[in-house]
Design a protein around this ligand. Structure first.
Ligand code: UT7
Length: 322
């Protein structure tokens, strides 16, 4: 059976930087509180009219360039996003046309902050079963479009961006395993409680806004990520000491360091971008991966553990020989 490997990575961040000092002007918050409780110092906010497809298009082009892949080579596009440009066509279909891809399968996966990890898992399976040779996998979100700028509990957390990878069939394992989970029973702790089915045609009362019981989410996230890293290592008969890098979802520095501690890793074995990006939802893991590759930290042959946790709840991981 074929395996899939990461042939190239790419990412995109909007130009506009919003600092904690900027947020101090509009919210009852402080730079000190935000840094101490989250590790965030700034985040990028997409400009009016700049959409998920716009951000994803640039990230995808960069990933294809770094992989040396032409549009006609791509046999599948999977986009993890919670903020599609349209209800349909999917963001994947919009991108397929913009990027000049062939008439390959194109789909969005909505798993909130775990969206990229879910998309990676889907594309990996298509390559393993031999149906697809080259897949484009993207994580993109514009969560700031759904942020309640009056709610200090959420407004300070989120940023926008996109990250992408090109997966290719390979005889040698690159992606060693992927693991996906969900627990819909926790849907009241984190979500956006309007949609087409709730009468989206009427102006939604209060707007389309993210609602989160942050402290409860925090506790579940730490526990759940602790479990999935164990599951991932056990599945591959690997020890914590076999890992070179942890590339975690960038929601909160305290959640990231709890997972690193559980793995016995020092923080210099962890890719941290939450300070500069905030929580970019489905984009956070591929953005961190791309930064780590381009900065020369992550090298070919390194063993990487990727993980994410988000609304749903959803959570997912991948063990990768880069
Ligand atoms: O990516 C998807 C998954 N999402 C997450 O993983 C997010 C998980 N949650 C978190 O990261 C943290 O829970 C937060 C950063 C959201 C909040 O940190 P916390 O330590 O859990 O704070 P808290 O919600 O327990 O609030 C503590 C206090 C409260 O004040 P009182 O009631 O003690 O007087 C809040 O009102 O901090 C207050 N607070 C703030 N103060 C200043 C909440 N947000 C702010 C703020 N600035 N921005």
């Amino acid at each position: 059976m074929k395996k899939s490997r990461i042939a190239g990575t790419g990412s995109y961040l909007p130009e506009n930087i919003v600092t904690n000092a900027d947020l101090e002007k509009i919210l009852d918050t402080s730079d000190q509180w935000i840094r101490e409780r989250t590790g965030i110092t700034e985040r990028r906010v997409a400009k009016e009219g700049e959409t998920s497809a716009d951000m994803a298009e640039v990230a995808a082009q960069r990933a294809m360039k770094s992989a040396g892949v032409n549009p006609e080579d791509v046999g599948l596009i999977v986009v993890g996003t919670t903020t599609p440009d349209l209800v349909f066509p999917s963001t994947a279909c919009l991108l397929q046309a913009r990027l000049g891809l062939p008439d390959c399968g194109a789909m969005d996966v909505n798993a909130a902050c775990s969206g990229f990890m879910y998309a990676l898992s889907v594309a990996d399976k298509y390559i393993r079963c031999g149906d697809v040779q080259t897949a484009l996998v993207i994580g993109v979100d514009k969560l700031t479009a759904m942020v309640d700028w009056n709610d200090r509990g959420t407004a300070v957390l989120f940023g926008d961006g996109a990250g992408a990878v090109v997966l290719q069939a390979s005889d040698e394992a690159g992606i060693l395993s992927t693991h996906i989970h969900a627990a819909g029973r926790h849907s009241d702790l984190l979500g956006v409680d309007v949609g087409v089915g709730t009468g989206f045609k009427e102006e939604p009362r209060g707007g389309v806004l993210i609602k989160m019981k942050g402290n409860e989410v925090f506790k579940v996230a730490v526990r759940t990520l602790g479990r999935i890293v164990d599951e991932t290592l056990e599945h591959n008969n690997m020890e914590k000491t076999d890992l070179d890098w942890l590339i975690p979802h960038q929601a909160n520095y305290r959640i990231i360091s709890a997972t690193a501690k559980k793995l016995g890793m020092t923080m210099d074995q962890v890719i941290v971008t939450v300070d500069k990006h905030g929580n970019t939802s489905a984009a956070s893991v591929p953005l961190a991966l791309d930064e780590a590759v381009r900065s020369g930290k992550v090298k070919r042959g390194n063993i990487l553990l990727l993980e994410a946790f988000g609304g749903g709840f959803t959570w997912a991981s991948a063990l990768i020989k880069y």
